[in-house]
Design a binder for this molecule. Sequence first.
Ligand code: G6P
Length: 479
Amino acid sequence: MSASGQADLVIVANRLPVDRVTDDDGNASWRRSPGGLVSALEPVLRQNDGAWIGWPGGTDDELEPFVEDGMSLVPVHLSASEVEEFYEGFSNGTLWPLYHDVVAKPEFHREWWDAYVVVNERFATKAASVAAEGAMVWVHDYQLQLVPQMLRELRPDLRIGFYLHIPFPPGELFQQLPWRRQILQGLLGADVVGFQLAGGAGNFIRLVRQRVGHKTHRDLVYLPDERTVRAAAYPISIDTEGFEELARSESVAARAAEIREALGNPATLFLGIDRLDYTKGIYARLRAYSELVRDGDLDVEDSVFVQVATPSRERVEQYILIREEIEQLVGQVNGDLGEIGKPVISYLHSSYPKEEMAALYRAADVMVVTPFRDGMNLVAKEYVACRFDGDGALVLSEFAGAANELRQAWLVNPYDINGMKQALVDAHRSTDRERRKRMKAMRRTVVEHDVKAWADEFLRELSQVRESHGKTVRPARRS
Ligand code: G6P
């Protein structure tokens, strides 16, 4: 951000890219959050006098903008009731399940919607005050779908991009939403609306035609005010190089060996790493695995399933319920089938730094990613990035966006328990040659298309719209 407080590139996301940490003496400081989005955008932000607007988490005092790690960060405050109604309520109790195939039942409450409007307005106002004349503003994800239109009304000079990180549902589901028209109109405030998959973009275009009545052609929407909106797929990726470098480090290699040792050096280590979310299919996957142990297809003596479940949205009812179900299953399975020092499932309800994740990826023989629905699933890509040794098997749900690119994984339908059991056994018994062949092809995909390529492509598209006005954002040089 320049001295005048105006930025040529503004990122607007529900969360800031830093987490507040408090040391033993009670001193608070900021730590960069581990997400790939930050690593992709940080260099572009630096080069374009950029700013990032987001919620710092919690309901603490209103914070002033600050600079961290060379990035200008602009906090947006949420009150306790807004956390309940906007974040836990409309964002994660209504939109999240609705957009994920109604895996859980979405709740529709008018007060939640009202809070969603108010908070989106706050983000839009903040963005309008931070963006320089003709700047590019990139709004992220389902929590902020009204921001593009609100911002356009305040600042018609801006180029506005929107990216949805989660699936955009088919009309049959989306139409349940009492506020469907407002959401579509909110998104149409953007010049470019990006989705993970072409299917999501198609759903959006169709809904705009049917529900709002605008003309569309392929990936373009023609608005009455002569403006056009492009809606297309830009599948997100990860910092492939960063992950591989980490995985190659001696400390991660040592930690991977230590993990295997602590588990009794099993012949096969199965691994799941997910936010503890009902969309991830953790319960079904653990059931499939435990049935294999019960049936004697796998032996607790020489295989183990490590499931990391990162705490998430812990006050939302559906999350409380799924946690109870998973933990009951783990307890039951270990009680029935485990032996002393040999659990069937080693379950960890905790979040870990990137180094530990890389060590787990290196240690795992079979990575199991079986969501019922997932926008992309970056864990699948991270696993592939960390397997520079060319080994390791990936069992992947057809319903994760990543399955579109990682075609060589053992693809499964997570609703089909027997099918999942078969895929786990097939991956487990696969020959070295078969695994390497598949891994090689998948590695090529994640190396060729990393998060930097994703961000560059989206920003390039955005800088090309309405070429006549607005500034062009310079892509960051690769370091
Ligand atoms: C998903 C969403 C993100 C969200 C993240 C963590 O990846 O697409 O927008 O930030 O989950 O969830 P949380 O609710 O903790 O922000």
